[in-house]
Design a protein around this ligand. Structure first.
Ligand code: SF4
Ligand code: SF4
Length: 146
């Protein structure tokens, strides 16, 4: 039973609204806390909490297409149906491919492989900046007690 444990979620569909700053402010007031910055593009809460990196791991959240020439019968369907115009001369441009998987599903020869790509990294950090509430209001600086 998690008596006394509270969860606060800050969410917005728009970037730049100040979610991270508000989360940092709550963190400074919270005492002991576990914080999770789930921003898909730029998780950067640790920057304003003077955090120390403990562990970094790779994060794979999407795939890209690859055509195996030895299986391809050059029917051209994949290039015609790719709405991102990522397929030319029976080859996939990985910079244009959005990983939708349409080409893989419609290929009559099973020549398209969807392979996972590195989307970014996730990491654990530790900070002493939220150890007490006396530093509230000076986000971005180390705690006054050390
Ligand atoms: S996965 Fe989608 S975007 Fe990528 S090449 Fe195939 S159809 Fe185009
Ligand atoms: S749909 Fe399949 S067989 Fe046809 S051109 Fe594309 S990869 Fe080759």
């Amino acid at each position: 039973m998690r008596q006394g444990v509270k969860e606060i979620v800050l969410i917005s569909g728009k970037g730049g609204t100040g979610k991270t700053s508000i989360a940092g402010g709550f963190a400074m007031l919270s005492g002991d806390a576990v914080l999770c910055d789930c921003d898909v593009d730029a998780a950067n809460l640790e920057l304003i909490l003077n955090a120390e990196h403990l562990e970094t791991r790779e994060f794979q959240a999407s795939k890209k297409a690859r055509i195996h020439k030895d299986k391809c019968i050059e029917c051209g369907q994949c290039g015609e149906r790719c709405r991102f115009e990522a397929i030319h001369d029976f080859q996939v441009d990985p910079w244009s491919c959005e990983g939708c998987g349409v080409c893989s599903r419609l290929c009559p020869a099973g020549a398209v492989e969807m392979y996972p790509v590195l989307s970014g990294h996730w990491f654990w950090v530790f900070t002493t900046s939220i150890g007490c509430s006396k530093c509230a209001g000076i986000l971005g600086f180390p705690p006054l007690c050390v």
